[in-house]
Design a protein around this ligand. Sequence first.
Ligand SMILES: Cc1cc2nc3c(=O)[nH]c(=O)nc-3n(C[C@H](O)[C@H](O)[C@H](O)COP(=O)(O)OP(=O)(O)OC[C@H]3O[C@@H](n4cnc5c(N)ncnc54)[C@H](O)[C@@H]3O)c2cc1C
Length: 368
Amino acid sequence: MDQTNILVLGNNLISNLLRRILIKNKIDHLNFAYPVQETERRFFAIKPTFLKWYSECFNEDLHNHYAIKHIQIFVDNEELNLKDSVTKPFPLFNIMSSDYLFESFSRDLDDIHKVFKEDEDLEFVFDNDEVILKNYQIPSKLIINTDFRFNKFLNKKPEREEKKKYDEFAVTAIFKTDDNLENRAVQYFRESKILAILPFSDHEFSIVLSGLKKGDEKLFDDSGEQLINFIKEQTTLASVELLSKISHFPLTLYKIKHDPKLRSLFIGDAGHKVHPLAGQGLNLGLGDIQMLENLISDKRIIDFGQENNIKKYVISRSVDESLVMNLTDCLDETLVNKSDVFSNLFKYPIKLIENSELLKKAIVRKMI
Ligand SMILES: Cc1cc2nc3c(=O)[nH]c(=O)nc-3n(C[C@H](O)[C@H](O)[C@H](O)COP(=O)(O)OP(=O)(O)OC[C@H]3O[C@@H](n4cnc5c(N)ncnc54)[C@H](O)[C@@H]3O)c2cc1C
């Protein structure tokens, strides 16, 4: 079979956005994936810089976003306020739904080229000039993997750096309220738990509750009664009604160590996974795509899988990856795992930041 330039593995937000970029740049590629699994509607905090990039890249705007103009952070009762005055004309970030993003990223894409059976044994073999999917005799210059389930079939497996399984899980769910949420996201770091209230309309919000340990499952019977009580205790919301099922997520931290000789890139959650407390996981994946677009749109490059191209990509992503991994892990370690003593350490810096517009700008620029 003729060689394909890029083989994209996976069918998710990241793989579909990548395919749109490949089509835009007229780069021949194939997309292979496992069958679609049942997915829940979720909400993500998305950086405004991504919306700007998307609109310039595809000449089309993403709509259906709820602007967050004010973030309130509580460590116990100490309070930090970030307002959109530091990011104007942009909001601090936008809350967007997974189904709208998925539909937008999939616009004008052909069907997946090959859907594998769940139990199919695959074999990917690397040599100097190509990666070959043996079973189908498909050679390619580069594979871009967005689904870690394929890793087990690579004859040279990528190493995972900084691997850590948090002794912790998170839940998400969707609620409505009679209170007006007024474009304000709130995050509470209290008693080893982290609760984020992320509004996606004036009267609806999703939550991410992390720092949950074995035994905390009792908070989540299907009625959501305990969870609602917990939210009411922490927040100023008077009315709270559950609108969805409560979803559980185990939490891990890792980053794939790319071998530049292996003609493969791992992007999105297949390349790095972080604690959700700063809402940065998907944003990191979207950043991967933006960096790949820089590489792919360079018309001088003929072989994207060449060692120096992989190196260039890996180096350019490492600053963002390290920043998010270190920041989220450090906050989790300090405020969840060593809670009471260490949370006191945060009180003075929080006061300091709260009183300095300059420090607020610096923080917001790094994260948003
Ligand atoms: C509790 C929790 C909260 C998080 N909150 C944020 C956040 O606010 N901001 C952020 O940047 N990151 C957040 N993340 C990280 C984020 O979930 C992952 O980084 C992201 O899901 C990875 O996307 P992916 O495309 O690599 O993979 P996937 O997780 O496979 O895809 C992402 C989502 O897209 C949807 N989707 C995938 N495939 C399909 C399909 N075939 N049809 C329809 N829909 C589909 C699903 O809803 C899926 O959850 C959070 C993670 C957790 C565990």
